[in-house]
Ligand binder design. Sequence first.
Ligand code: NDP
Ligand code: GUE
Length: 299
Amino acid sequence: MTVAEIIDGKAVAAEIVAKVTAHTASVAGSVVPGLATVLVGEDPASQVYVASKSRMAKECGFHSVQHTLPRETTEADLLALVESLNNDPSIHGILVQLPLPDHIDSAAVIQSIAPEKDVDGFHFINVGKLGTGELDTAFVPCTPAGSMLLLERVRGKDLSGLSAVVVGRSNIVGKPMANLLLAANATITIAHSRTANLADVVRQADIVVAAVGRPQMIEGDWIKPGATVIDVGINRIPAPEKGEGKTRLVGDVDTPAAKEVAGAITPVPGGVGPMTIAMLMANTLTAACRFAGVEQPKF
Ligand SMILES: NC(=O)C1=CN([C@@H]2O[C@H](COP(=O)(O)OP(=O)(O)OC[C@H]3O[C@@H](n4cnc5c(N)ncnc54)[C@H](OP(=O)(O)O)[C@@H]3O)[C@@H](O)[C@H]2O)C=CC1
Ligand SMILES: Nc1nc(=O)c2c([nH]1)NC[C@@H]1CN(c3ccc(C(=O)N[C@@H](CCC(=O)O)C(=O)O)cc3)C=[N+]21
C-alpha cells in the first residue's frame, strides 16, 4: 500500500516569501511596495487573517497599513476609504477582507477598487483577463494561484491529458481555479451543490480541488488511486479530545482516508492557507513593479 506525498504548503509559501523579500530589496531604490488591508467588524477569524497578512507584508519589507473599521461602518464610508487608497501613491495593493457585514454591498466595494491595485483579483477587469488568458497583466486570486503552484510541484506546469475536478464554484476559489487549470491544459469539470453522483464525478479525476466549506466531505474512496488532491477548505470543528470547548482545523477532504489512495495531498493546516498569504505578497510586489515600471519577479 502506498501512502500519499504530503505537499508542504508552508515550505513552498516560505520560498515564495523569500523570493518576494529579495526582489523587494532589489527594487528598493525605485519603489517600496505598499499594501493596505481593510477589515470591517470584529469577526475573530478575519482579525487573525488580516493580522497575519499585515505582519507578512512587513516581513517582506513592504509599507503596510491596516484599516480596522467598526461593524456599523456605512457603505459610503467604506467606498470613501477605498477611493482614498486608490489615489494614494504609496499604496499598490488593496485588500478588503471578506465577508463584509450584511448591510454593505460587497460587490460594489470590490468593483470600486482600482483594477491595478486589486491584488485579490476579484475586480471584473481581472476576472475578465483571467478568463481570456491575459495572464501577463491580470491579478489572479491568491488562493487559486497558490493552489496551482502546489499542484505544479507534483504535476509540473503542463497538465495536458489530465482530468481535473473542482468541487465548488465560488468567484473567489472555484471558478478562478477552474480557469487556471484550463489555462494549464487540464480537462476540467466543475462540481457544486446541484451535481448528481458527486462521488462518481470525483472518482474520474487525476486532480481534485476541494473548495466547498464542508468539513471532510470528500471521502477517501472517492479518490482515484494516485490522484493529486488540493484541499482548499478551512473548517473549524469541535475537538473534545483536546479539552472541553477546544477546536481544530480540518479541510474539505477526509485526509486520513484520502492519504491511503491519493498520490499527493495538501494538508490542512499547512497547505493552501499559507500559500494564499504568500501569493498576496507576490501580487502586491507585482502591482508595485508595474506601477514603477521595474522588472517583475516570476513565480
Ligand atoms: N485556504 C484558503 O486560503 C482559503 C480557504 N477557503 C475555504 O474554502 C472553502 C470554500 O470557500 P468559498 O469558495 O469561499 O465558499 P462558498 O461558500 O462561496 O462556495 C462553496 C461552494 O461549494 C459548493 N457546495 C456546497 N455544498 C456542496 C455539496 N454538498 N456538494 C458539492 N458542492 C457543494 C457550493 O455550491 P453552490 O454554488 O451550488 O451553492 C459552492 O459553489 C471554505 O472552507 C473556505 O473557508 C476560502 C478562501 C481561501
Ligand atoms: N478579500 C479577501 N481575500 C482573501 O484571500 C480572503 C478573504 N477576503 N476572506 C477569508 C478568506 C480565507 N483566507 C485564508 C487565508 C489564509 C489562511 C491560512 O493561513 N490558514 C492557515 C491556518 C490559519 C489558522 O490556524 O487559522 C493554514 O491553513 O495553515 C486561511 C484562509 C483568505 N481569504
